[in-house]
Design a binder for this molecule. Structure first.
Ligand code: SF4
Length: 420
């Protein structure tokens, strides 16, 4: 999915920041452990892991509860921090398991406070380590974390830069939860966070990471089990405790998985719609060739728990002369009939080689007016973090480019060739 800005959730356009990104290596880059991580496991899985190292059944429940508390409520990143666990037990846990964070390759901070991390995960089986991006968008009263579910994407949406990169692999539940853990560490949102940036821009009140949007790299419903398991950890009331009403799962329309997402995850749903006719959507979102708009709308109408309080968000990128006519707006209203919905209009953010241009402002406003008059909220989203390329569909490849730039700059300073 393309990256959301929290404007999509509030309807409040944010100021466009000046081009002034700050890039720096994160201060701490924990070395990854080859031992299995307990992060991302559910309680039963932790119990099985503990049984595997010889804990007796009567101990397992208590130890699992302790671990859960330290990992997710306190934010412990090492067993040593678990002061009410006996020394021997801590040593035993340390020998067999890890609870560390993914490696932070870079951390960029926008002038508007948006923060983007490039995180590195180890290879799973054959292959090289992989990198994904996670973006934090602070606002008045909320802090939204945009989380990735895959490395690359199979779906090749024609307006999306991430879609130009082939899928490398799915992320595991551990790696999805790990993105939340890194953000909370760096923002100081855990009592035991050890790598906090004291200058982080955060909401003035409430939780620093209050909302999650599964809108980073990848199509979450094509990595269903890992996304479900990770979000269940994120929603657990004795741990990270994020409300399911503050988590949005975004799909480009994997229709058969939508009922399962409602039943087994139960978060808010967003649909990357972008076109109201099948011929055009086939081109913009090629998945439409398999699941047509009518089928998608039926799945939305039947989404479990759908109500005015739990509306579906429809994402609609504004492409000049392609999908932005008044007739398109009217057809959109017709399509959404009977679905409690909100429409996010996203000004297209061109990337090198993209074949589209953004609609002009008047056209976007006219489109919004038609949708508004029909009774649907239709905030126009202004991308956040533009200066650090954290906007829609710019994840991963853009950061690789910035890393290359940074390497060159560094090479010029030290007289090297800029290679790793
Ligand atoms: S190609 Fe499509 S599904 Fe994949 S990340 Fe981009 S918008 Fe999302």
């Amino acid at each position: 999915m393309t990256l959301a800005s929290p404007d999509s959730l509030t309807g409040t356009p944010s100021a466009i920041p000046m081009l002034h990104g700050i890039m720096k290596e994160a201060e701490t880059q924990p070395k990854r452990d080859a031992k299995p991580s307990l992060i991302g496991m559910n309680r039963d899985e932790i119990g099985i892991a503990l049984r595997g190292i010889g804990l007796e059944d009567r101990q397992i429940r208590m130890r699992t509860a302790q671990l859960w508390h330290w990992m997710y409520l306190r934010g412990a990143s090492s067993f040593d921090q678990m002061t009410n666990v006996s020394k021997d037990m801590r040593v035993q846990l340390e020998q067999h398991f890890a609870i560390g964070r993914p490696e932070i390759v870079t951390e960029q901070v926008s002038v508007d406070g948006t923060r983007k991390w490039l995180l590195r995960f180890p290879p799973r089986g054959a292959g090289r380590p992989v990198e994904v991006e996670t973006v934090y968008i602070p606002e008045e009263g909320r802090g939204t974390l945009c989380v990735s579910s895959q490395v690359g994407c199979t779906l090749t949406c024609s307006f999306c830069h991430t879609g130009t990169q082939k899928l490398v692999r799915n992320l595991t539940a551990e790696e999805i939860v790990g993105q939340i853990m890194v953000a909370r560490d760096r923002l100081g949102d855990f009592p035991l966070a050890t790598s906090t940036d004291p200058k982080a821009a955060v909401p003035s009140e409430g939780r620093l990471v209050s909302n999650i949007v599964m809108m980073g790299m990848g199509e979450p419903l094509l990595n269903f089990e890992a996304v479900r398991d990770a979000l269940q950890v994120a929603m657990d009331g004795d741990g990270l405790s994020l409300s399911r009403r503050r988590i949005t799962l975004s799909t480009s329309g994997v229709v058969p998985m939508i009922p399962r997402a409602g039943a087994e995850i139960g978060t808010l749903l967003a649909i990357s719609l972008h076109a109201v006719r099948d011929d055009l959507r086939d081109e913009l979102v090629p998945l439409n060739r398999r699941y047509k708009i009518a089928e998608l709308m039926d799945a939305c109408r039947e989404y479990p728990g759908l109500s005015n309080a739990r509306r579906i968000t429809f994402e609609y990128v504004m492409l000049a002369g392609v999908n932005d006519s008044v007739a398109d707006a009217r057809e959109l209203v017709r399509l959404l009939k009977g679905i409690p919905a909100k429409i996010n209009l996203i000004p297209f953010n061109p990337w090198p080689g993209s074949q589209y241009e953004c609609s002009d402002w008047d056209t976007i406003e006219t489109f919004a007016e038609v949708v508004n008059r029909a009774g649907y909220a239709s905030p126009i989203r202004t991308p956040r973090g533009r200066d650090i390329l954290a906007a829609c569909g710019q994840l991963k490849s853009a950061s690789e480019k910035m890393r290359a730039t940074e390497r060159l700059a560094l090479a010029a300073m030290v007289g090297g060739n800029g290679e790793d």
